[in-house]
Design a binder for this molecule. Structure first.
Ligand code: HH2
Length: 413
């Protein structure tokens, strides 16, 4: 599978602010926004035919300057790799030229995904609420109705407690509440579907009756999802990315629900037994592409598919950090990105061994870092009020546009 991964990419919003400061009218700004933004792009998964085309087009002949610079990797040690470096219009021209040839279809598609990396995914409507991507970072509150979840197991043991906790999450500003009846912490054993339904169903029913907050069901089982969707949930959060239960895609599609596809290696029982990757970002991208294809094949439209790299699920401490640093590359999938770092083990390790309930600062730092890098749309957290406050600041800084009268577009002063 070919990926054209943005390693460094000019932020067009910043460039546009500078063009506004120059006093340029909108058509001139639009022209320059196509012409100027520069990117360094890592290509992986190239076939020989792609390599030949890139060499011929970008490095040889009189028109090479119209295309990005091309630097092939060491084909003996790192087959199928290359770096492209150029301006946006050079990448557009390369995508168009590749699209003219059937045998370059995969390359053309990879370049098209690259060119769309800054385009916000289609908004998702859940339970009457509209999630408009790019406007701000949304919050998914965690409600575990389990005796053994790694950070809050047993806290919502009675129905009364669980419902009160769900309502408190909504009150604190959760944009949706994720109800789970099975722990997926490392080493966890599977819970039978009947038991999972017994745990989550009354909670979902009551929350649906008493609050407007959209509800998601954190499950990998079709029967559990079907019961939860019938009771009012509108999103299925599957940590296996639709790999575990063949019935789950159809159940989700039939209900018109949305789905969050998370990447995981193995099963919770085995996933932390020395996970290894050749290239963790590429392999997470590949896994999520396959999950997205399963969802779409079942009839779940692209506008209702969210993706999640699965921090802590079949990844070492270093894999987690690397994924967080490269989160923006997942934008190639064209889906909203969900991130679950809340209270997780790598934050404990970085804080000198603090237990899960003392990992709030680490949690806040991780979601802030992801939001600043522009790589996240929804954060799945236990501490909604605190994270919401932190994200309000980050989101506001990221969208700051008032730099004085000369920074306003012509005609708006
Ligand atoms: N993490 C957990 C569970 N579900 N879903 C998504 N989409 N992303 C995640 O990172 C994620 C998730 C694990 O956290 P938690 O629910 O707090 O623990 P447990 O599995 O022990 O119940």
């Amino acid at each position: 599978m070919i990926f054209a991964r943005p390693i460094s990419l000019d932020r067009s919003a910043d460039l546009d602010q500078a063009l506004v400061r120059l006093g340029l009218p909108t058509p001139a700004r639009n022209y320059l926004l196509e012409k100027l933004p520069h990117a360094q792009v890592l290509l992986t998964g190239l076939a020989q035919v792609d390599g030949r085309f890139l060499k011929r087009t970008c490095a040889e002949g009189p028109t090479a300057a119209l295309f990005p610079g091309y630097f092939p990797g060491d084909q003996a040690r790192r087959p199928g790799t290359a770096l492209l470096s150029g301006a946006r219009d050079q990448f557009s021209r390369l995508a168009q030229t590749a699209a003219e040839s059937v045998e370059l279809k995969a390359l053309a598609e990879a370049l098209e995904c690259l060119l769309a990396v800054d385009v916000a995914p289609e908004a998702t409507v859940l339970g009457g609420r509209r999630f408009v991507w790019g406007e701000r970072t949304y919050l998914m509150g965690v409600l575990n109705v389990t005796p053994d979840s790694f950070s809050d197991g047993g806290l919502s043991a009675s129905l009364e407690h669980a419902v009160a906790h769900g309502l408190a999450l909504a009150e604190a500003g959760a944009d949706l509440v994720d109800v789970g009846g099975e722990s997926t912490r490392p080493g966890a054993l599977e819970v039978p579907a009947e038991e999972e339904i017994r745990r989550v169903l009354p909670v979902i029913e009551q929350l649906h009756a008493r609050s407007q907050v959209p509800l998601s069901i954190d499950t990998r089982k079709a029967t559990v999802a079907a019961a939860a969707l019938a009771a009012g949930a509108t999103l299925v959060n599957d940590v296996t990315g639709l790999l575990a239960d063949d019935g789950l895609p159809a159940v989700t599609a039939r209900a018109g629900a949305a789905v969050c596809l998370m990447h995981m290696r193995g099963t919770p029982r085995t996933m932390q037994e020395a996970p290894t990757y050749e290239d963790v970002v590429a392999e997470v991208l590949e896994g999520l592409c396959a999950s997205r294809a399963r969802a779409e094949a079942a009839g779940i439209p692209r506008g209702r598919i969210w993706v999640d790299p699965g921090i802590g699920f079949g990844k070492t401490f270093d894999h987690n950090l690397f994924l967080l640093r490269h989160l923006r590359e997942l934008r190639l999938l064209g889906c909203p990105i969900v991130l679950g770092t809340s209270r997780k083990g790598f934050l404990g390790a970085l804080s000198g061994g603090k237990p899960p309930e003392q990992r709030l600062l680490g949690t806040v730092a991780s979601v802030v870092a992801a939001a600043v890098a522009g790589g996240v749309d929804v954060v799945r957290v236990h501490d909604v009020a605190e994270v919401k406050e932190a994200l309000a600041v980050v989101d506001a800084i990221g969208r700051a546009g008032s730099g004085g009268a000369l920074w306003a577009p012509l005609g708006q002063r």
